[in-house]
Design a protein around this ligand. Structure first.
Ligand code: MTE
Length: 342
């Protein structure tokens, strides 16, 4: 395998670092959690995970990525048959290269850095069971074939804006969440859906406990309002770049909600439960004052620790090329979703 060391987009920028002193001054509720790192790349036996945190990308330990151009080949997942949704065929920006998107991921079950793609190959996806349950008329259990064959697939090129202030454009293949709603028929009392993702203690590389001993709220969970799921933009992806999802992207099925910060896009979903009340979610449980439930992209609402006014748009094909762009309200999808929040 040929490995090339390339600078991360953040390397040349003047990102504020999160110093240990600054961390200690924060209220206890903004807690960090410790993780024993097996990876030699990190060097230290334990580091603080900064969570969904812009500054984590500027940490010296993360400052360079090991980029594998052969990942272009190893992403050779089975091809999918799908229609191109012409309305979403063009995100108004170049599509980020798959070698870049596939090696710069957030998937905390497999580690706190961005270079988790190799670790994520431990995720067992076959067989898969996705249970749809709760306040629905037709509860369902879908297997792997159901996920690619049960619903007509289409391709949607969406902008993804991470709460950490980086962004990409990715061509997802999947089906609208509205198609799932039509299949399972939520009852009138169902106002929310909770997405539970795959969790196996035996393969988890993320931390089990906070430094203070509290348990980390695994599994990773997220949620949406049912009216948000019914919006035409809300999407379940089973593929990307024309093929089934590689594991680091959240195989075999993940949520894509392009007007919200990326952490709302739960990866590797095993259960969708329809509920009358708003469910607890991973980040909201972890740091409620930093990560809310709705979390629409909003340049005018800073994260408590950084501005959201601009973003680093990563557009490189085989190298981390990026440019600073103004962040758009609802990530530029206001015409589709603003009415949901009036
Ligand atoms: N889903 C799970 N199960 N675990 C995670 O750590 N990270 C979230 C989201 N879904 C995450 C997850 C965050 S913070 C982001 S920004 C996106 O996945 C990243 O998706 P990508 O790696 O495909 O760009």
């Amino acid at each position: 395998m040929v490995l090339i060391r390339v600078p991360k987009p953040w390397q040349s920028s003047a990102q504020p670092m999160t110093s240990e002193a600054a961390y200690r001054q924060r209220p206890r509720s903004r807690r960090r959690f410790l993780k024993q790192l097996g990876g030699a790349a990190m060097g230290a036996a334990a580091v603080s995970i900064l969570g969904c945190d812009r500054t984590s990308a500027a940490d010296p330990a993360h400052a360079t990525a090991t980029l594998d151009p052969e990942l272009l080949l190893s992403l050779d997942q089975p091809r999918l048959d799908f229609a191109s949704a012409t309305e979403f065929a063009d995100a108004g920006r170049p599509v980020t290269g798959r070698a870049i998107a596939g090696q710069y991921n957030n998937y905390y079950e497999f580690g706190s850095g961005k270079s988790i793609w190799q670790a994520a190959q431990a995720l067992p996806t076959d067989p898969w069971r996705l249970e749809v349950t709760g306040l629905v008329k037709n509860p369902q259990v879908y297997d792997l074939d159901d996920l690619t064959q049960r619903f007509p697939l289409e391709e949607r090129v969406y902008r993804l804006r991470c709460v950490e202030a980086w962004s990409m454009v990715m061509p997802w293949v999947g089906f609208p969440m509205a198609a799932l709603l039509a299949a399972v028929e939520p009852r009138p009392a169902a106002k929310f859906a909770s997405f539970t993702t795959y969790y196996d203690e035996a393969i988890r590389l993320g931390p089990e406990r906070f430094a203070n001993g509290d348990l980390v709220p695994w599994p990773y969970t997220e949620g949406l309002r049912v009216d948000e799921m019914a919006n035409e933009l809300a999407f379940f992806a089973v593929g990307i770049y024309g093929r089934t999802l590689p594991k680091q992207f959240g195989a075999p099925i993940r949520a894509v909600v392009p007007w919200k910060y990326g952490f709302k896009g739960a990866k590797s979903i095993v259960k969708i439960e329809f509920l009358a009340e708003q469910p607890a979610t991973f980040w909201n449980t972890l740091t409620p004052e930093e990560y809310g439930f709705v979390e629409n992209v909003n340049p005018n609402l800073p994260h408590p620790r950084w501005s959201q006014a601009t973003e680093k748009f990563i557009y490189g094909q085989t190298e981390f090329e990026w440019e600073e762009r103004p962040t758009l309200p609802y990530n530029g999808y206001g015409e589709y979703v603003a009415a949901l929040y009036e």
